[in-house]
Design a protein around this ligand. Structure first.
Ligand code: NAP
Length: 338
């Protein structure tokens, strides 16, 4: 029995998005808080993560995770606290993170949905951001695929976002020269001022090709791509010999419908003896603890910072996802469940 009373607020998938995600693609509902069976715990969500990949999961296509059915609780990562427990391994008060969905309460037996307990010295916002999925993406994408060496010229798109801002800082720690691209002067100033990037390009107002020519005259050794599209093409045209092009994401295409053109300049990979490789961070799960340890060290030394954009209020969830695609976030976008 759960002695927690009240309702469980939820957002369900109401419609497959066409073009940009809309509020009408979500349905708000309230259900009873479920009773607990033996071995189960009741988790109250505290923060819910907004991720570009949620757009793909709303479509009806098989991917690296199963698509959602209409009427399903929207899938989302989050942090929470056990508020009632029929499982001695997870007493009330245990702080956890997992795929709890866009809902205020979630029942789990620890396996479905799976969750992990996070340490006392980790903040929930860190567990979702710099030490969570996007931090792990930056770490393994840059280090395993990018293989940075001191002196490398590293270019990062989506640089002021959760993944890009961490990838750029790790590249600086490794002794690289780092150029970030972001969608506002404010974000660009933050990258060069607070995060120590060497330069930043506002891709919305500046001539990206001309800026890359100016800043990366000897070519790009690592391009960490979060956006795809024209920016990928402009970078492919400027790669150095033996460059590594890390395909992390392609947000410029996520809200497009119809056939999407491939990069025109891919053949430069041949001329430059370069490598272009995609990855899915979940494949690195067994190595997350090693990455968290190293990144905590950098945080403690003041060499790695995280920025979060926290939107207050459960009701804001659909709008927060829409705003993620509009670039309203600096660093990790999340909703605080209040
Ligand atoms: N491979 C993996 O395992 C993996 C794991 C996690 C994330 N990812 C990918 O990594 C990328 C970043 O994800 P994140 O969670 O860190 O999100 P994020 O970068 O924090 O947020 C998305 C940012 O993308 C920018 N953006 C939106 N539309 C754009 C467009 N048309 N062209 C260029 N930039 C655009 C916006 O910033 P501006 O103001 O700069 O436009 C926005 O703030 C995404 O593509 C995501 O799918 C991949």
């Amino acid at each position: 029995m759960s002695d927690v009373s009240g309702v469980n607020r939820q957002f369900l998938l109401a419609a497959r998005p066409e073009g940009m995600v809309k509020e009408s693609d979500f349905e708000y509902t309230e259900t009873a808080i479920p009773e607990l069976a033996d071995g189960q715990v009741l988790i109250k969500t505290t923060y819910i993560s907004l991720d570009p990949s949620m757009r793909g999961q709303m479509e009806n296509r098989a991917d690296y995770v199963a698509p959602l059915a209409i009427g399903d609780v929207m899938r989302a990562g989050g942090t929470g606290e056990v508020v009632a427990s029929n499982n001695p391994d997870y007493p009330a008060g245990t702080r956890v993170q997992g795929t709890f969905g866009m809902q205020e309460y979630c029942v789990s037996d620890g396996k479905t949905p799976p969750f992990k307990v996070f340490a006392d010295d980790i903040e929930p916002t860190q567990a979702l951001g710099v030490l969570g999925g996007t931090g792990m993406t930056a770490y393994f994408g840059l280090l395993d695929l990018g293989e940075p060496k001191a002196g490398d010229m590293v270019v990062i798109s989506g640089a002021a976002g959760a993944t890009g801002s961490v990838a750029g800082q790790i590249a600086k720690i490794k002794g690289c020269t780092v150029v970030g691209m972001a969608g506002s002067d404010e974000k660009c100033n933050w990258l060069t001022g607070e995060l120590g990037f060497d330069a930043a390009i506002n891709y919305k107002t500046q001539d990206v090709g001309a800026e890359l020519d100016r800043l990366c005259a000897d070519g790009i050794n690592i391009y960490f791509d979060n956006v795809g599209g024209e920016i990928l093409d402009l970078c492919l045209a400027r790669i150095a010999t033996n460059a590594r092009v890390v395909i992390c994401g392609g947000i410029s295409r996520y809200n497009l419908s119809g056939p999407i053109p491939g990069p025109k300049n891919y053949f430069n990979l041949v001329f430059r003896r370069a490598r272009m490789e995609g990855f899915i961070v979940l494949d690195y799960a067994a190595r997350f603890p090693e990455a968290v340890r190293e990144m905590q060290g950098w945080i403690n030394e003041g060499r790695l910072r995280q920025s979060v954009t926290v939107i207050d209020g459960f009701a804001q969830l659909p709008q927060a996802l829409i705003q993620l695609f509009a670039g309203a976030n600096t660093g990790k976008m999340m909703v605080k469940v209040t």
